[in-house]
Design a protein around this ligand. Sequence first.
Ligand SMILES: C[C@](O)(CO)[C@H](O)COP(=O)(O)OP(=O)(O)OC[C@H]1O[C@@H](n2ccc(N)nc2=O)[C@H](O)[C@@H]1O
Ligand SMILES: Nc1ncnc2c1ncn2[C@@H]1O[C@H](COP(=O)(O)OP(=O)(O)OP(=O)(O)O)[C@@H](O)[C@H]1O
Length: 296
Amino acid sequence: MLQVITRVPAKINPVLSVGPARRDGYHDLATVFHAVSLYDEVRARAGDDLTVTMSGPYAGGVPSDATNLATRAARALAKRAGVPAKARVDVHKAIPVAAGLAGGSADAAGVLRACDALWELGASDTELATVAATLGSDVPFALAGGTAVGTGRGERLRGITVGTTLHWVLAVASRGLSTPDVYRRLDELRSGVSVPEPAVGEAILTALAGGDPGAVAASLRNDMQEAAVALRPELADTLRAGREAGALGGIVSGSGPTCAFLARDGEHSGELAARLDASGTCAQVLQVTGPARTGD
Ligand SMILES: C[C@](O)(CO)[C@H](O)COP(=O)(O)OP(=O)(O)OC[C@H]1O[C@@H](n2ccc(N)nc2=O)[C@H](O)[C@@H]1O
Ligand SMILES: Nc1ncnc2c1ncn2[C@@H]1O[C@H](COP(=O)(O)OP(=O)(O)OP(=O)(O)O)[C@@H](O)[C@H]1O
């Protein structure tokens, strides 16, 4: 095969319920993952060894050494399949880095799909998901795309149907946040408090299935939001600006700092994006839709 190209979307978490810290340093989650139409593109071609290059608007700020998730994914898949890790991989990075949008996970998932095809491994979705889970908690969902309930540390997935196309406006911050730092701050905020087991709840599932953006907006919830705002107080201004701009609802995306606002429809999304941009409370405003697919 000469060249394989695959696109992997960013994600937001319309519901992110976080349980107590586990002994292994992770937290059990109950979350709704929702892929949105902002994609990194992975190209893989035959090569004499493994080279990974990054291009596109967010290529800077991504490590170029062996810790790059794209590099780690290629090596992990080759090892698992017992083949040499030989490929020339380029990642076109359109997903902001350390933004709570799982961009690194998208790159890892894209490399798994592209190298599986390039090396003609024919790995099943389950086999790829097993490798994905060793790379990061969000990587199995990035492989799957669409919308899914995630449990465990986020790696156990059940796909769900959404009854409509949802229109989101993303407010991107000028600098990223570290996911472990936000989990740590959440634990600090909860110290001495008894934390219940995580649960997604029925309201969001009913709202998504029914395709009613107003009901989805009323069900948005993120247990990490308070911790993200504690680390970045200016996010409170962004969230307020989204509400004042007429969003049906708004939430910090995952560990932040990106905020995701829900619009009624495409026209409302345009109005909301323009008002949010004018508020000057974020570095960049993006209009996206979900659920988005992982694939060609
Ligand atoms: C915030 C979310 O994006 C929500 O989907 C994810 O939980 C983060 O997933 P991720 O970035 O793929 O995270 P990983 O690379 O697996 O883990 C990075 C670090 O985040 C923390 N972490 C992650 C996932 C999880 N369920 N509990 C955690 O406490 C741990 O400190 C871990 O060492
Ligand atoms: N290919 C990659 N793209 C982006 N970041 C990468 C990549 N490889 C390694 N990293 C490292 O991972 C960190 C987190 O990046 P990422 O963009 O995935 O964050 P995130 O969107 O907050 O993730 P999540 O939402 O899954 O917690 C970055 O700060 C960077 O150092």
